[in-house]
Design a protein around this ligand. Sequence first.
Ligand code: SAH
Ligand code: F3S
Length: 481
Amino acid sequence: MSIEKLLQKNIDESKQGEILQLSENKKASRKMYIESYGCQMNFSDSEIVASILDKEGFSTTKNITEADLVFVNTCSIREKAELTVRKRLEFYNSIKRDKNPSMLVGVLGCMAERLKEKFLEEEKLVDIVVGPDSYRDLPNLIAQVEDGRKAVNVFLSLEETYADINPVRLGGNGVTAFVSITRGCDNMCTFCVVPYTRGRERSRNPESILKECQDLFNDGYREITLLGQNVDSYLWYGGGAKKDFKKVSADAKENSLNFANLLDKVAQVNPKLRVRFSTSNPQDMRVEVIDTMSKYINICDHIHLPVQSGSSRILKLMNRGYDREEYFKLVDDIKERIPNCAISMDMIIGFCSETEEDHKKTLSLMDYVTYDFGYMFKYSVRPNTPAARMEDDVKEDVKQRRLSEIIKKQQDHSLLHMQEKLGKTFEVLIEGDSKKSDQHFYGRTTHNSAVIFEKGNHKLGEYVMVKIDDCTSATLKGKVI
Ligand code: SAH
Ligand code: F3S
């Protein structure tokens, strides 16, 4: 049955006063299929969506052809990310046409927020458009679609943190999990779409965070990653947006909790529960956080510290809130307090007006820090961001060459870091099978290095000591001792 016919059928049934009955009957058997793109936060949000809909009787399926509801959780960070989603929508269209005509399609996340109602005009297939702060409204929106209307909710909230929602862990390994601690971002980096798609920054109630971590540990999980666009700016003062902190009472200010305080509490949930966090914007990372990391063995020795450029002039144009020297100082502080701490980065090349000289500064910054690994991107203009008003004047072939140069340098540095580990022994948390062989396990060290080793009698979720005897720039190999 075509979607138009299905919608018409629902309208007709609703006219006969049967729509509620229909929903109740369908409740027990409805199936939801969800795909996530983009950052870890999107994957975490999809687990919140699954939890909200689980209460409505939707179970999740990995088979799109049997789904009543298909969701795609989208990313707007670069143009390419949006194109990927558009391609998926074409695929859903073919599934709907050939195999599953009654399925409904919902778009979640950043693209939904950015494009709003326009999505319905551009993609006729789409029935529901929901921004990142409106997932609690999904049951109503689905009812609205069942009632024959298309549904949109892109309201951005100053309070919503989904604190009370117990995420349904989708497709996980039962060992590692994400726990979100902040939502939104107030930083306004000029190239970035996130402040517009995810709204103002707010922090989640620490009690609900600690409870989630404890529950995960009790369920057998052994590693959690605290998630936020900018975790170091976590600030709990009783709820509400961070921008309103200045208005609260002296008492509330006195009793507020920052990221270092939260990290300290999370580390104490259990010494066998590893703690990671992402992302740290360098402008908000405090020495207090590094000191807390060095206090607890179970807080992993790895900091993801996106730098974006090695040129202070470009950093200023990006509104990053630090310059090259301040970044070096932070890296020195980390290396002094945690000598072998792994540091990784995000880097953007080809930002507006970037010269060869700026690019050389990026290369020399990489030489100074020697990152363990990194994610590197060509600048991509995002509509309506402050940088969209600047000229995207670095030619595509120059962008490509600069990107290749930094990727090459990073591979060399990654290999150096891996080679330094040869002959040494590391504690590894077993997370799953190696992709290449079911006789081998995959796990990670405290430094976030991937390690492959023979299974022996070991089990998922166990900590083992592995002596490293081989490596590539991305993976260590070794034997359990
Ligand atoms: N909150 C993080 C970044 C989140 S976005 C921080 O503190 O930096 C993830 C990464 O995508 C960014 O670090 C940046 O390197 C990249 N990115 C964001 N906007 C981009 C754009 N317009 N073009 C290219 N890369 C971009
Ligand atoms: Fe984007 Fe900068 Fe926030 S990169 S997510 S505006 S810290």
